[in-house]
Design a protein around this ligand. Structure first.
Ligand code: ADP
Ligand code: MG
Ligand code: MG
Length: 194
């Protein structure tokens, strides 16, 4: 059926799934210090399911990722990454470039902020996504802004998610969702040729 994706295998999704399988333990370790220790498992599962769905071009690959996160991943990261990925996927049709993806990222960040209620500075994935979305395009500068944004969460206490129960104990550790968001944006930007 259509929700299962194209069934055409995608070398990019296979590679991404492999990369994040290797990052499962390190990302879980970050979430162990600031939450419940499952962020790496959640992301690795979403990408492994996305790889199983496959895809032909970037648009269908992103749609597979979005569908996998929305349908098959729990926690906060499943629905919220699903949302941002589905907005980027909508702009990634034929002939789409970094500016189109940047537009998708902007509406994705708006959707995440609307649904999750997080503002920049609350120590969530929004701290990586929002600075990238301020750029005109999803290009190398946008990726650098996301990486810097993720890094900046080290000095933030949380107002959203499980980390908000831990107060200052999270200081020094970056928000795992923000770290994962920056890595995903980097892969997407590279895939789009930016
Ligand atoms: P859970 O906390 O349910 O185990 P995950 O571990 O899958 O969820 O994801 C945790 C990540 O989700 C956090 O690191 C943070 O980046 C992000 N997050 C949590 N709550 C929110 C929110 N309300 N808005 C945006 N992002 C959030
Ligand atoms: Mg967690
Ligand atoms: Mg959890």
């Amino acid at each position: 059926d259509e929700s299962a994706g194209s069934r055409e295998s995608s070398a990019w999704l296979d590679d991404l799934a492999e990369q994040f399988a290797a990052l499962r333990d390190p990302l879980n370790a970050l979430d162990q210090r600031t939450g419940d220790g499952d962020l790496g498992t959640n992301i690795a599962q979403g990408l492994s399911r996305a790889a199983r769905r496959g895809g032909g071009d970037l648009g269908s690959e992103l749609a597979s990722m979005a569908g996998a996160f929305l349908d098959e991943v729990g926690g906060s990261s499943g629905p919220l990454f699903g949302l941002v990925l589905s907005e980027i996927a909508r702009t990634a049709g034929d002939g789409a470039g970094p500016r189109d993806l940047g537009r998708g990222l902007r509406s994705g960040v708006e959707a995440v902020r609307r649904v999750g209620g997080a503002e920049p500075g609350d120590r969530t994935m929004v701290d990586a996504l929002a600075p990238a979305a301020e750029r005109e395009a999803l290009d190398a500068e946008a990726v650098a802004a996301a990486v810097e944004g993720a890094e900046s969460t080290r000095t933030m206490t949380a107002r959203r998610g499980r980390a908000s129960y831990l107060g200052e104990r999270v200081l020094g550790t970056p928000d795992p969702g923000a770290v994962a968001a920056a890595l995903l944006l980097r892969s997407i930007a590279e895939r789009s040729g930016a």
